[in-house]
Ligand binder design. Structure first.
Ligand code: URA
Length: 232
C-alpha cells in the first residue's frame, strides 16, 4: 500500500504537489471509485489514471542499443545522455532509471537500464563476474601474443595496482577483435589495448551475460521481465 500522491510522483506522473490537484480533479480512481484524498493508501494495481493502469508500477528493466555520442550520466553538464532516449515520464521516476554499469560516450551497444538499485549492485559487483563481450577495431595489426597477455590475469592498467582479471581475446581479423571481460573498470577495453600501444578506434558491446541485441536498432530499447536475472 502506498500513498496516492507519493505513488504518482515516484512513477513520474507529476510532482507530489500536482498529484494533489490531479486527485482533486477526479483523474485518479482506486478500484473504480474516484479518489478524493491524496494521502489515502492504495495498492498500485488498483489505481487508474484517466482510466489507464499505472505505468510499470513494479519497476523497469530495459535493454538499450546505445548509440555513439551519448553519456551514461544524469548530470546534464556531461552532455546529452542515454536517458534522453526514454519517455519523459520514465525520466522523472524516483528512484531514477540508471544504467547497470556504463558505456563511454564513444562506445555503442548493449546497455541495461533499471530503477531497481539492488539489481544494479548485483550485476556490477565484481563478485558476480558477468561476462561482457565487446567488439573493437584498432589502429594496428593485433599480435597473437596479446591473447595470452589478456588471459594471464597479470595485465596491469596504467595507474592501477590490481591486475585485470583474465579476459578472453579473439582476433577476428588483423585489426578487429572480440574481447570478453568479467570486470567493468573505467574505459577498461581501451586501456587494456593501450598497454600494448594500441588505440581502439571503434568499440561496441555485443553481449551482457547471455543477453544479445538481436535486431534492436541503435537508440531503441526493449523491456525485459523484472525477474530476468533471477530466472534459473
Ligand atoms: N571499455 C571501454 O573502454 N569503454 C566502455 O564503454 C566499456 C568498456
Amino acid at each position: 500500500m502506498r500513498r496516492l500522491d507519493q505513488l504518482l510522483a515516484s512513477l513520474g506522473y507529476c510532482s507530489r504537489r500536482d498529484a494533489r490537484d490531479w486527485i482533486a480533479s477526479g483523474a485518479v480512481t482506486v478500484r473504480g471509485d474516484e479518489a478524493d484524498d491524496f494521502g489515502a493508501k492504495a495498492v498500485p494495481a488498483d489505481v487508474r489514471v484517466d482510466g489507464e493502469p499505472l505505468d510499470h508500477p513494479d519497476g523497469l528493466l530495459l535493454l538499450l542499443n546505445k548509440p555513439l555520442g551519448l553519456v551514461c550520466s544524469h548530470d546534464g553538464r556531461e552532455g546529452p545522455s542515454v536517458y534522453s532516449l526514454l519517455p519523459e515520464r520514465w525520466r522523472r521516476r524516483n528512484p531514477p532509471v540508471t544504467s547497470i554499469g556504463r558505456l563511454d560516450k564513444d562506445t555503442s551497444g548493449l546497455l541495461l537500464l533499471t530503477d531497481q538499485s539492488p539489481l544494479v549492485h548485483r550485476l556490477t559487483s565484481p563478485k558476480h563476474k558477468v561476462p561482457k563481450l565487446y567488439r573493437a577495431t584498432v589502429d594496428r595489426d593485433l599480435a597473437p601474443a596479446l591473447i595470452e597477455r589478456f588471459a594471464s590475469g597479470t595485465l596491469r592498467l596504467e595507474d592501477e595496482e590490481k591486475p585485470c582479471a583474465p579476459a578472453e581475446l579473439k582476433i577476428v581479423s588483423p585489426r578487429e577483435a572480440e574481447l570478453t571481460l568479467t570486470e567493468g573498470r573505467y574505459h577498461q577495453v581501451r586501456r587494456m589495448f593501450a598497454t600494448g600501444g594500441i588505440t581502439v578506434l571503434t568499440l561496441h558491446r555485443e553481449q551482457f551475460g547471455a543477453l544479445e541485441l538481436g535486431d534492436l536498432a541503435l537508440g531503441a530499447w526493449r523491456e525485459l521481465p523484472l525477474d530476468y536475472f533471477s530466472q534459473g
